[in-house]
Design a protein around this ligand. Sequence first.
Ligand SMILES: [Zn+2]
Ligand SMILES: [Zn+2]
Length: 262
Amino acid sequence: MSATSLIDSHCHLDSPEFDSDRDEVIQRALDAGVERMVAIGTGTGPPDLEAAIRLAERHEAFYATVGIHPHDAAKATPDNLRRLDELLEIPKVIALGEIGLDYHYDFSPRDTQKSIFIEQMRLAAAARKPIVIHTREAWDDTLALIEKYWTPSGLPGIMHCFSGGPTEARRALELGFYLSFGGIVTFPKALDVQAAAREAPRDRILVETDAPYLAPVPKRGKRNEPALMVHTARKLAELRGESFEEICGVTKNNFHRLISDI
Ligand SMILES: [Zn+2]
Ligand SMILES: [Zn+2]
């Protein structure tokens, strides 16, 4: 038995990339000490809003989220939003996400991304559940909308796969967010993200995989899976001058605190 005990705060194990060996991937995660995983429910987008709930119903190790990804904002209907509101009442649904803005791909028009993001923040605030943020090349707009529509709720949130530097980290922390570090922090050229990881207060850090994407070094470029998160946690420990066990304990406590009020 290893002493490792981690929580993957963000993964997409519903993805078709795991269709052939999902149960083995889950078993490898548990064997590697990843005791809990948050299944992110954005899936293929509306009308299917329950991708993560299906996983969480089958496997005890999962928490679930529901939400409409910015990529799919143009597909969202008022009915979908009403359905999200209902699904947020399920106890294993611990947050709404991933939601936000993605100006890198612009798969949905930016105005639509913004309005669906705002609508979802309203739903989560009313349901008193945290949000999980996806932001890409859209820091200023994302933070401005959070400040206006989310911060008044007094609720926390997660900056998933944190990809900014110390400046963005400081701004997100001021808005009450946790920074979730993924495989990017292990990439040799990700100096900004590494600087943010070094400076972040220990009570606001989380770890994630975003599997099947963004596998950490030394598996970079391969399919990612929760068992590989130990590499990310080790890198965080090295950057921060803390032990691997400390990172496990701190990130686990942070996660439990984050969901403790729901
Ligand atoms: Zn994302
Ligand atoms: Zn994701």
